[in-house]
Write a protein that binds this ligand. Sequence first.
Ligand code: AMP
Length: 172
Amino acid sequence: MELRDYIRDIPDFPQPGIAFKDITPLLADARAFATAVDAMAEHFIGHRVDKVLGIEARGLILAAPVAYRFGAGFVPVRKAGKLPWEIEREEYELEYGTDLLEIHRDAIHPGEAVLIVDDVVATGGTAAASARLVERLGGDVVGLAFVIELGFLSGRAKLEGYEICSLVIYEE
Ligand code: AMP
């Protein structure tokens, strides 16, 4: 099945010049959703996975069923101010300025194997900051799984050394 057929391009959202990749049609289709979750999980089968980390917002939706498939725990990484307990924080670069990602201090234990999941890798800044959070807590990053990779933004350069799975790659 072609997952690309279930991804909608929304021009100029959330701001002019950005072509937003809308995965809600993929999530709403039972077969496409299952195909995407299974493909991300299957890429890492054979690896030890103790925790699957989902990045706010759409990464949370995708990471939870991947965690269930591995019999692993689920960990949210969220934007600043959303998590209620003690946090670790990492700054990451946006097109203009920076933003913050947070994780609960006890979400990952030293030595745990962690798979990171998000919907889109664009410049790679968000995923790289999430990997730093995992490593700050003593976890090992098993790899990163994305439904969509915007290849023309070269996010892989920021994620060198990590195993990456992306299901649909756009080159323009
Ligand atoms: P980046 O840090 O540049 O790799 O951006 C990745 C994060 O921003 C992910 O959490 C995505 O959900 C979101 N994102 C970036 N670009 C897009 C896009 N064109 N369409 C949808 N989401 C995007």
